[in-house]
Structure formats: C-alpha cells, structure tokens
Design a protein around this ligand. Structure first.
Ligand code: GLN
Length: 452
C-alpha cells in the first residue's frame, strides 16, 4: 500500500484520481495486516485498488466527475465497494471519469482530462486519451498507480478504455453486480466490473464484486461461481463466432489483422472458428444513443440543487433549479438530457424511444440465434487505438462511433471482456473483445485467458 501511495503521488500528472485517500488506505492496510497475521483474510486482503468516482463511498466525496455533485459525501457505501472492502481490498482513492460516465475519452470530466500513460512511437510527448468513461481507472491500472480498479460500463466504458490502455476490462452480465449506490446513468444498461492487469485478476476481483443484492431489483439471484477455476487454458472443441457485420467499411487494416490473429490464436488452442451473422448490428449504435440519453434525462432529473451538491441562487424555485443545472452540468451532459427529453416527449416517443426498444429486442434475438451455434463471440473492442487529447472532440458523432463494437452487448446485457492482444503500427495497445452468453462469465474469462 505504501508503494502504491508513492506511485499515486508520482503519477499525479495523469490526473487519474479525483480524490486520494492515503490515510484511509493505511488504516485499511493495517487492518488487513492484522487479519493476515491471524491467518484470516478475504480473497483480496490487502490489495490496494482505486474506485471509479461513480461508486458512492461513505464519507468520501463522490463526484461522478460533475460540478453538480460538489461536496457530496454519501452517508452510505455502494454494494459493490462494500463487497470489495469485505473481501479485504484497500481503497487508494476515487478515480476520474467522464461526467456522469458519458463519454469515450475522459475529456468531459469537471476535474479535467485524464492522460493515457502510453505514447505513440515517434509521437514525442503527445498526450493521448485513456478512453472513457472509466479513463481514470484504466490509466491508474496501466500506469501502475493501483493494482486494479473498478469501472462501470453502460455502452463500453470498461472495455474501450482497457483496450486503449493495454489492460483487461470486464463487463459482467447485467444483474451480476449490484447497481445499488452507483450513481445512475442509464439504469437498464449500467453494470460494474473490474479493470485489471490480466484476466486472472479480473476473475478474482469479479468474484469479490458480484452477488445478489435485494437492494437492486434487477440484481440476479444466482450463486457467484469460482471464476478463477474457469481459467483452465483448455478451450478445445469450443465454438467461437466471428460476426461478419462487425467487419465495417473503413475499418483500419491493423484492426482487421489483429482480429484475424486473435481467431488464429484460439484456433491453435483447439477452438473451432465459426462465421456467424448478427444482422441488426448496424442499428445498435443509434439505438443506444436513444435509450441511454432517455434514461439519463430521467435519472439526472434529481439534480435540482435541493438534495445534493451544488446550489445556485435564483429569484424563484424554478430559477434556482435552472441556474443550478445550467452551472452544474457540462455540455455533453446537457446534450444527453436534451436528446433524452426529446425522444421521450409525447410527440416523438413512438418514433424514437419505442422504436429503439423494438430494435433492442431484435438485437437480443440476433444474439440468441448466434448462441445456438457458438459458445462465445470474438470482435475488436474499438475501431482504433487511443487518439490524441483534442482529437474527435468537437464532433460528438465521431466520438460516439468509438462504441460501435461495445454497445450491442450492452443493449442485450451480455458479458464481455477486452483483452490486450497486439500493438498498432505506432506502438499503441489494441484489444479484442470476447462476448458470452448471459451469466456465462466463466467462458468469457476462460477464452480471454487464452488470448492474453
Ligand atoms: N461512450 C458511451 C457513452 O458515452 C458509453 C459510456 C459508458 O459505458 N458509461 O455513452
């Protein structure tokens, strides 16, 4: 823990942490020492980790990367963070993220951009984005400022930053980890998961995070398997699907080559590679960017200046609401609230929101059909390597395209992992994504382990 507290100090320029809690870390580490000395201790006893600042932590600022939560210190602990403390993990601090987890580059945080620890070969000191929204988590783990970190993934926010930072990120099945105490973005999509250096750590940490929670009505009442036991390395006879619709026009050659290499690796290990079709793939991104903002506009209605954080003044109650929300939310959050309110409005509900829900059902059917033939699906995680801070910034649509490979599984609630498999031409990490059947994280981890 001392070593990581030192690394956290030295790595300040990455801006990965919003709040550092070294004293709390030392206290927790001491308690872990005492437990271990008695031969007791949980699965993560004494392991120093970072918490995405979207998880409520009792008595510690929980900002969601937003100005509107200024000074918000929850009186309760999220279920996932509590599960991790119960397993013995030590909290180093709260990690930076895109505001309310909306973004793909960690450039929308009120607390500033996060820097990717990687640099392009020959790119001098040009700073790159870590991906998003769990950019602080990915940068901290990649930069060795924490052994592991929590992330949340609504449309790719664990998997895409893991790919950009050369580490492992896993989004479990919707319902595997409790959402209780996680600041809500899009409730039918939000899911917590581990961001780690390797698949074994992901298995260990997911085991500690997961479990049924009566406080979240969508939490699955299923036993948590021994995920580490799944890492046998034996994938002989398994069928791995390659969906043709993910081979998109304009996909960079190096991403296609990486994908082929991944398929070869699995084939060499004894798996069978099967060409499959997920016909509604091209509708996933527009569907996501209707459903996620719709749910966000409803979830973010609670930030009115009365109950939490920031409060601006005004001549009337309505003016106080307006001034608080105008000052407290950043541009991307406002854009999502506007889109969400529009697609839910009486005149447009059928044309947008209802239609999107129907497409979501079709996407689910695509995956159901595919899983009749295969055990897991292999795709690229993102259409590019990390880009420079500032790039893609004034074009939201371009930014949204980052999520093209990750959102389908989010809309269907499937488990997925991103594993670093190769490097781009200019030496940046590239990840591949493995998707599994609902609640079959074991297969995802098992195959992912063979890929690393
Ligand atoms: N990049 C996507 C978005 O901006 C996904 C975010 C997430 O998964 N939290 O909505």
């Amino acid at each position: 823990t001392e070593a990581y507290i030192g690394a956290m100090e030295e790595g300040k320029s990455l801006n990965a942490f919003i709040t550092e809690t070294p004293e709390k870390a030392r206290e927790m580490a001491k308690a872990s020492d005492a437990k271990l000395a008695e031969g007791k201790g949980g699965a993560m006893e004494g392991l120093p980790i970072g918490m995405k600042d979207l998880f409520c932590t009792k008595g510690v600022l929980t900002s969601a990367g937003s100005h509107i939560l200024d000074g918000f210190e929850p009186e309760y602990e999220s279920t996932v963070s509590q599960n991790l403390w119960d397993a013995g993990a030590v909290m180093l601090g709260k990690l930076n993220l895109d505001e309310f987890a909306m973004g793909s580059a960690n450039i929308t945080s009120y607390y500033g951009n996060v820097e990717n620890p990687w640099r392009r070969e020959g790119g001098g000191n040009q700073k790159l984005v870590p991906g998003g929204s769990s950019g602080g988590s990915a940068a901290a783990v990649s930069g060795r400022l924490a052994i592991a970190a929590t992330g949340t993934d609504t449309g790719g926010s664990i998997r895409q930053p893991a790919s950009f930072c050369g580490i492992v990120g896993m989004k479990p099945t919707y319902g595997r980890c409790s959402r209780w105490g996680i600041v809500a973005f899009a409730s039918s999509l939000d899911q917590a998961g581990p961001i780690t250096r390797n698949v074994k750590d992901a298995a260990l940490m997911l085991g500690a995070m997961a479990g049924h929670d009566p406080k979240d009505s969508t939490s699955a009442n299923l036993a948590v398997p021994d995920f580490e036991a799944a890492l046998t390395g034996d994938i002989r006879g398994m069928k791995i699907g390659i969906p043709k619709e993910y081979r998109m026009d304009g996909m960079p050659e190096e991403i296609d080559a990486l994908w082929k290499r991944g398929a070869e690796m699995l084939k060499d290990a004894g798996a069978e590679i099967v060409d499959i079709s997920l016909p509604h793939t091209k509708y996933a991104l527009p569907t996501y960017y209707i459903i996620a903002p719709a749910e966000a506009s409803s979830n973010l209605a609670r930030y009115d200046g009365v109950r939490y954080g920031l409060r601006e003044t005004g001549d009337s109650l309505i003016e106080m609401y307006e001034n608080t929300r105008a000052a407290g939310f950043g541009d991307e959050v406002k854009r999502r609230v506007l889109i969400g309110t529009y697609v839910l409005s009486a005149g447009y509900y059928d044309a947008y929101y209802l239609k999107a829900q129907k497409v979501r059902a079709l996407l689910k059917k695509d995956f159901d059909d595919a899983y009749g033939q295969v055990d897991a699906i292999l795709t690229p995680t993102a259409p590019s390597a990390a880009f420079a801070i500032g790039e893609n910034q004034d074009d939201p649509i371009k930014m949204y395209l980052n999520d093209v490979f990750t959102v389908p599984a989010s809309l269907v609630g499937l488990p997925g992992i991103s594993v670093p498999v190769g490097l781009s031409g200019d030496g940046l990490p590239l990840g591949l994504q493995l998707l599994g059947k609902p609640f079959d994280e074991e297969t995802v981890l098992k195959v992912g382990h063979v890929l690393e």
